[in-house]
Design a protein around this ligand. Structure first.
Ligand SMILES: [Zn+2]
Length: 169
């Protein structure tokens, strides 16, 4: 049984320095490749660069209820805790929702976005999600949070390949 800490990827350590965690377990989960999939790390690094402000992690893996019953790509892809999670719940510390939502829509690594709570749902109503045939939006529960998922139905890949034209803003 490997606990994942002996081979912590420096990229994960660096990312953890730039996030705020509501619970200590979220940080140790992020550092553990057995708990949080590399695709989530890639997604949050990209999101952070685009957003440019502090991101608060509100739920990640150990602190999230099992959601494998909802499908194979949530915080616990299977009902048992034996596969890395593919989702993260977060919040913009500065409450700049427009900037965070813009970053979510622009990131090629975000596949699914669930808006939790009236605040986020209200901003989404003003800022329609991408209609690229891949990006999935759903209204999540009443708890204030952004649910972001880093994999498509096949479990991997980027949502689109960035080009000069779709990068132009
Ligand atoms: Zn979630």
């Amino acid at each position: 049984m490997v606990d994942g800490t002996e081979s912590v990827n420096p990229t994960r350590i660096e990312l953890a320095k730039h996030l705020t965690f509501q619970k200590a377990s979220q940080k140790s989960d992020l550092l553990n490749k057995d708990f949080v999939d590399t695709l989530v790390v890639q997604m949050v690094i990209d999101l952070r660069e685009r957003f440019g402000e502090q991101i608060l992690v509100t739920s990640l893996y150990s602190d999230h209820d099992p959601d494998g019953n909802l499908g194979p790509h949530g915080h616990h892809p299977r009902p048992t805790y034996d596969t890395p999670g593919l989702s993260i719940d977060l919040w913009p510390e500065n409450n700049d929702h427009e900037a965070l939502i813009k970053a979510i829509y622009e990131s090629p690594y975000v596949w699914t976005f669930g808006a939790g709570g009236d605040t986020v749902k209200g901003f989404v109503a003003k800022m329609p999600p991408p209609q690229d045939g891949k990006f999935v939006y759903f209204p999540d529960n009443d708890q204030d949070h952004y649910h972001l998922q880093a994999a498509n139905a096949n479990g991997s890949g980027v949502r689109y390949v960035q080009t000069e034209s779709n990068n132009a803003d």
